[in-house]
Design a binder for this molecule. Sequence first.
Ligand code: SF4
Ligand code: ZN
Length: 459
Amino acid sequence: MEAVAELPFEMGMIYEGERIRGPDMYVELGGPKVKYKAELTQSREASEIEDGLVKVIGPDLSEMEEGGRYNFGILMEVAGEKIEKDLEAVLERRIHEFCNYVEGFMHLNQRYDIWCRVGKKAYGKGLTSLKFLGMALVKLFKAELPIIEKIQFTFITDESEVVEFHSRALEIYKARDARARELKDEDVDEFYGCVLCQSFAPTHVCTVTPTRIALCGAITWFDARAASRVDPKGPNFPIPKGDLLDEVRGEYSGINDVTKEKSLGEVERVYLHSIFDHPHTSCGCFESIAFYIPEVDGIGIVPRDFQGEAVNGLAFSAMATQAGGGKQSHGFLGMAIEYMRSPKFLQADGGWERIVWLPSQTKEAVLDSIPEEMRDKVLTENDVNNISDLKDKLIEVEHPVVNRWEEEPEEAGEERDLEAPVMELPGEMVGLPAGSGVRIILENARIHADRVILKKEGK
Ligand code: SF4
Ligand code: ZN
């Protein structure tokens, strides 16, 4: 923890886990209630940067309404002899970490999905301008990453400027992802890992391969490689492949060894391309969740920005509790949207032939990657909104998952619920006081319910 004389707050790792709840927030910047938000790091020539400069385009914090929600852009520009284009994405990802070092400021998610809050207390203590946040970030970035020789920040809150910035940022993210798509896992000698999110999820280890972008959707194999080269002591590191133990599931002895070591023994095996048995762990910043639907033996997908309930009656936030926290959750997987474009997308589980439901907007975004014969069979919220209609509709469109119903379980001679997920529920959900620390784990449980309804108290 460090007190900085000219800044009206303290900063340090100690504040990383700090959450600012609705009633405690002064303003919200980005987040699910506004449409335009993005953060972007760009490398520049040294002559193009005024080191330490922080600009605010649009209303600053003191000009905002208390309780308001605003479109928001963060542009970070850097220069340095060792700074290359490949480093932009990983430097950009550290904005999340360093913003959270600031007392009274919260930053969630990444890229086009950032969600920040300024706390009332912090505002009262003097955090009345984004310039202070920028000054803190300049200091933190330069202290942690000496390769940055010059750095400047621009915060954008002016609505039309954010709209323009947002669309420019989307183009740049797209180009980064497209570049990684040209490579296959077989073309490279090593994969890369990331443990940046261990501050929130201590047993979480990301493995990034050419066909599996990190679940936050912000770090490709190229990005992680560049970062591990220039900052070997940082959160990114090489993962030797070791032996390929299972080609279809994507299990490598090298990934298992490194994950075991970095998760402090908690996670021993990882399948890169399955949501069952030993799925990749999920921290909290996944762009979407793949979830098993036992009633139809299929898989649904819900992205973070989907408002409302998925076909199983659960909202993204309810399932995020199952998937996240650095655990391996059989039947739940946090993943990037870009992973749906991977040639190995959940290949061990049947790939697109196993996907029964995803929201129309996401389907549209990844349509080119869905095999043509599956495009009419993967259903959306416009086709069906509950499990019993889902069954009928899958029969109607002749979804390949229907063939699995006949084969299992009798013919296969095994119990279907070998693949039933383990449900872990916070104690609050069964009436224990919030924060009681009690979690209810239902392992191998057989529960029949036509519908599960979760309601907030008082609604
Ligand atoms: Fe790193 Fe994974 Fe967190 Fe992305 S989700 S920042 S790759 S640990
Ligand atoms: Zn994370």
